[in-house]
Design a protein around this ligand. Sequence first.
Ligand SMILES: [Zn+2]
Ligand SMILES: [Zn+2]
Length: 267
Amino acid sequence: MYNKLADCHIHTEFSWDAKHPVEEMLLSGIDKGLGYMCFTDHKDLDPNFEGTSYYDDSAYTDSVNAVQKKYSDKIEVFKGIELDCQIELMKDARDFLDTYSFDYVLASVHVVRHEFTDAELFYKYPPELIYREYLDEVLALSQTEFFDILGHADYVKRFGDSFLKFDPQAYGEMYEKILKNIIAGGKGIELNCSGWRHDPEECYPSEFILTMYKKLGGELITLGSDAHNPHVVAYSFERGAELLRKVGFDGVYYFRERKPVKIKFER
Ligand SMILES: [Zn+2]
Ligand SMILES: [Zn+2]
């Protein structure tokens, strides 16, 4: 077992697609031996989505503050956000972040052509087209300054893989540009373990991309379960930490008031 790790990707009832209270998720994290938890409820920006108006910052902040106080002797808790990013909504992302404050900003691409990158989208368009447009979105995001960590950098494979296996090597040049931007901007990526319980049965991003990030000089990395229910908080963290060590990382980070703090791996 590793020392107290940080789960930096967790959803609660304040996300449109989750329903468990902050405290329930937190108790699971304490149970699993985490030292730190950062909640990252969704904020969608696309006016065409139902979920866009769902986010309630004051209720979310109150809940996180309450558990922070109540369990301060057991775990450290942080308030983050998972911001859904699209090229044409970058100004909205900045406006949102100017309005509310967070310890941690996780920026993710879930949408291409104003639709979630789920199976339906792959029935409509060729997978190569979706993959390319997804990576255009990620590249544009990597050129911005407003976030801390890029979320699940090859999430498009979650539903795409059953249509055409997403081969990161085929997009190696694109990933090199993206990762260089991330590093030059003082930002990082996450190892999102949820892919191991999704259809690709492979973490986000794949080992190929993690290795490239490390070789290019990447250092900032977080671990996230992307839990939407308490059972999967800290899901596969041992496996994730092992993979990161294999690739050459000696620890992971969490964020306090937008500043990275390192946790060195120790047994
Ligand atoms: Zn996400
Ligand atoms: Zn998420």
